[in-house]
Design a protein around this ligand. Structure first.
Ligand code: SAM
Length: 286
């Protein structure tokens, strides 16, 4: 570490006072104050000198600094204009950091990052964790790895297996696109202000190939959506509730070899794929 670490309670408090910042709840502003956590995130990122990385929500620049110190080529998107003068000051010595003012859900990621594979690294604003992750995965940007800090409960949903009560649409999507793992947990004490919940860092290695063959991805994710929309219903009723005609539902289940009295949360990715493929075949040419 060449520069003084920003992730320190005194430094963060000093910056908050010096720039007269009021932390915005609306934008999920909980800033990291533990240098060890920054080092741990940097370590699991696998980033090396010159590697491109997209950071979402740099805040006052604590994690950005950790990534910049690795020599990575950092592009950081921050929505709060009040933080731009802070970032200009705290990261002034790093010529490998490029700050963009904008909303990550509206940023033209391809234009900013180019076509080369890149890593995403972020202490995510918790109010939009799922939309951010889904956008990056569904739009198939050239992301090779995502290293994100999220609420522990969300991290557990991402890695949950079929049959687990917390297994849901997020688990299926994350596991379809990536190989996820929880690396470590973070106490509320490591943030200013402390959030109400424990956090966890999840690493998602983006798959080169889907783990199950699916004929029509749109139908696959629709079936998943139907199955989890009404969790207390049987799969058969949930599919009907989703808008598939009753007679068709029985036929699809039979074709896929799945018992309709099961609950959606017990289906594996392969079973969802079989069901979606049966639906794709049944509707072909219609
Ligand atoms: N990276 C800093 C850290 O670890 O201390 C700050 C993390 S804080 C949990 C989330 C950051 O995301 C805040 O700086 C917030 O202003 C920013 N943010 C919130 N919504 C955003 C959005 N839609 N696009 C970009 N940044 C956003």
């Amino acid at each position: 570490m060449k520069e003084k670490e920003l992730a320190n309670p005194d430094v963060v408090r000093y910056l908050v006072n010096r720039f007269n910042l009021r932390m915005s709840k609306k934008w999920g502003q909980n800033f990291l104050i533990s240098p060890q956590i920054i080092r741990n995130i940097a370590a699991v990122s696998g980033l090396e000198e010159g590697d491109p990385v997209l950071e979402i929500g740099p805040g006052i620049g604590t994690l950005t600094q950790g990534l910049a110190e690795l020599g990575a080529d950092v592009t950081a998107v921050e929505i709060d204009s009040r933080l731009l003068p802070v970032l200009n000051k705290t990261l002034a010595v790093y010529d490998n950091v490029h700050i963009i003012h904008g909303d990550i859900l509206k940023t033209d990621i391809e234009r900013e990052m180019g076509p080369e594979p890149f890593t995403v690294c972020a202490n995510l604003p918790y109010y939009i964790t799922t939309p951010i992750i889904m956008r990056l995965l569904e739009e198939r940007h050239a992301v090779k790895r995502m290293v994100v800090m999220v609420q522990k409960e969300v991290a557990e949903r991402m890695i949950a297996a079929p049959g687990n009560r917390i297994y849901g649409a997020l688990s299926v999507a994350v596991q379809y696109y990536t190989e996820p793992r929880i690396e470590f947990e973070i106490s509320p004490r490591d943030f200013l202000p402390p959030p109400a919940v424990t956090s966890a860092v999840v690493v998602m290695d983006v798959r080169q190939e889907a783990p199950v063959a699916v004929r029509n991805e749109k139908k696959f994710f629709q079936v998943v959506k139907f199955a989890f929309a009404q969790r207390r219903k049987t799969l058969s009723n949930a599919l009907k509730g989703g808008g598939i005609v009753a007679a068709d539902v029985q036929e699809l289940l039979a074709r896929a070899g799945i018992d309709g009295s099961r609950r959606g949360e017990t289906l594996t990715l392969a079973e969802f794929a079989a069901l979606a493929d049966a639906w794709t075949e049944a509707t072909a040419g219609k």
